[in-house]
Design a protein around this ligand. Structure first.
Ligand code: SAH
Ligand code: SF4
Ligand code: F3S
Length: 483
């Protein structure tokens, strides 16, 4: 599940919350002409929800140091790119940003930093490729970010945080959450799986879980702040292993967080099929706050390819997990990730993926052309499926899934759902709501409905969203703390 680009912007209420920088010692990076002003930063984020949330925490750490967030990089003294290297195209984005920056800003005093998965993977090579960069830091070193920024402020020109040897998670005093509805909460960092195509174990380091008491305390704080939806995050969220004496299992943790009074929706992503147990399904079906949506990446429907991908499950084992979900007392939607054109994938292997889509009838899929990545075990194999063929398979796959989604969504006509209103589209006069099953419903609405829970009846459907009408006033409670 990948977000293309998320920008952290300052909230109006934040002005008042910022520590004053008046009286602080002169800071080289912000006072090139001796003019005292606030230290400002801009951060642009690529990649998955974990990256988005990391940026929220890094922003919090910078705010705690007296930095002020700005919406345009032109206004920033400190520019940070939080990068993704999952596929080649994603990794290239930051270099095109840095290239543009070089043209626009040569000779100025801004400090430029590269964070995240490209930072970890490329390390000091970034300085060679982009000499305008002076800070390179991977996510496993974010717990040291405050000290690293101190070194930049003291005038050090090349500062890095690149060690992967850590058993620490990134804990922050302040987190600058940008999504007013859904609060992300990391419960496990890194990844100990070794999927042949994937850079994440190399970019995010070894798996480490946060103690459950810290997670529960943060979740309670979020609810007190006004959030009604929490999303627990981890690359393999269900591999969670509590390091505190409580030794909560992942399903127990779900039940404990889900029972916090005032919380209305609890989501979790991403589950690895090998660690997906019936107890997780039991937890979700037993507690209404646990959203009826499971994201369970399959990657491929062929056992031969799954083995080569080192996914540690077979098609049959995966389908058993799906039938456990389908057998639950409460209906749950299921989404997945698929890679087409992995090394050695034959037409027959690909047909296996198509038949899996027919069998599972996912509610949503995220599909990608295989992209060989440096440092991965598959990166050493021949990338045997030509680009054009990968494109052909992707189109076929997406068209097959489009039909499944259209059929499934149309069957929902007449059904009523509670939605959390997440946006308003003024041009169309439409509110955009999300069901607990992660379906999007557009319905005629008002700008000030954003943040409310409402009941909506589905009247028609497309492959990617539903159209509905509001059926009752609903609860007026807002889920936002960003007013
Ligand atoms: N931790 C999650 C997701 C990791 S990245 C999991 O285990 O499922 C998100 C998705 O990107 C993956 O599920 C996979 O479908 C895709 N992906 C990862 N590496 C890729 C690569 N080298 N080429 C194409 N897609 C890739
Ligand atoms: Fe990558 Fe596999 Fe870990 Fe997911 S489980 S992050 S795909 S190595
Ligand atoms: Fe996420 Fe991309 Fe890194 S998907 S874990 S930011 S490689």
């Amino acid at each position: 599940m990948e977000n293309d680009l998320v920008q952290i912007s300052p909230r109006p209420s934040e002005q008042a919350l910022l520590p004053s920088t008046e009286g602080s010692p002169p800071i080289r990076l912000t006072t090139p002409h001796g003019v005292a002003r606030r230290k400002t930063f801009y951060i642009e984020t690529f990649g998955c929800q974990m990256n988005v949330h990391d940026s929220e925490k890094v922003s919090g750490a910078l705010v705690a140091k007296g930095y002020h967030p700005v919406t345009h990089h032109e206004d920033a003294d400190f520019i940070l790119y939080n990068t993704c290297s999952i596929r080649e195209k994603a990794a290239q984005k930051v270099f095109s940003r840095l290239g543009a920056f070089k043209k626009n800003y040569s000779g100025n005093t801004k400090i430029i930093g590269v964070l995240g998965c490209v930072a970890q993977q490329e390390g000091e090579r970034i300085f060679e490729r982009a000499p305008q960069v002076s800070f390179v830091c991977g996510s496993a070193s974010y717990s040291k970010i405050s000290e690293l920024v101190d070194r930049l402020e003291a005038g050090e020109h090349r500062v890095t945080g690149l060690s992967l040897e850590t058993d620490e998670c990134f804990e922050t005093e302040v987190t600058r959450r940008d999504n007013p509805f859904r609060a992300y909460l990391t419960i496990i960092e890194g990844c100990d799986k070794a999927c042949a195509y994937c850079v994440v174990p190399m970019t995010r380091g070894p798996e480490r879980s946060r103690p459950s008491d810290a997670i529960l305390a943060e979740a309670r704080r979020l609810v007190d702040e006004g959030y009604t939806e929490i999303q627990l995050l981890g690359q393999t969220v269900n591999s969670y292993r509590d390091s505190s004496p409580a030794r909560l299992s992942f399903p127990e943790l779900l039940l404990r967080v889900g029972a916090i009074p005032g919380l209305r929706r609890l989501r979790f992503t991403t589950s690895h099929p090998s660690d997906f147990t019936p107890e997780i399904v039991r937890a979700v079906e037993s507690l209404p706050t646990l959203c009826d949506h499971i994201h369970l990446p399959v990657q491929c429907g062929s056992n031969r390819v799954l083995a080569r991908m080192k996914r540690t499950y077979t098609r049959e084992e995966y389908l058993e997990k799906i039938s456990c979900i389908r057998g639950a007392k409460r209906a749950m939607s299921v989404s997945t990730d698929v890679i087409v054109g992995f090394c050695g994938e034959t037409e027959e292997d690909f047909s296996g993926t198509l038949s899996l889509l027919d069998e599972v009838e996912y509610d949503q899929i995220f599909s990608f052309k295989y992209s060989p990545r440096p440092g991965t075990t598959a990166g050493k194999l021949e990338d045997s499926v030509p680009e054009e063929e990968k494109g052909r398979r992707l189109t076929i796959l997406q068209e097959r899934q489009r039909q499944i989604q259209l059929r499934k969504n149309q069957a929902l006509a007449g059904r009523e759902f509670e939605v959390l209103v997440e946006a308003f589209q003024p041009r169309l006069g439409q509110s955009v709501g999300r069901t607990t099953s992660n379906r999007v419903i557009n319905f005629p609405g008002e700008p000030d409905w954003v943040g409310r829970y409402m009941n909506v009846r589905v009247i028609s459907a497309g492959p990617n969203s539903l159209v509905g009408v509001r059926t009752e006033p609903g609860l007026e409670r807002r889920s936002t703390n960003a007013e």
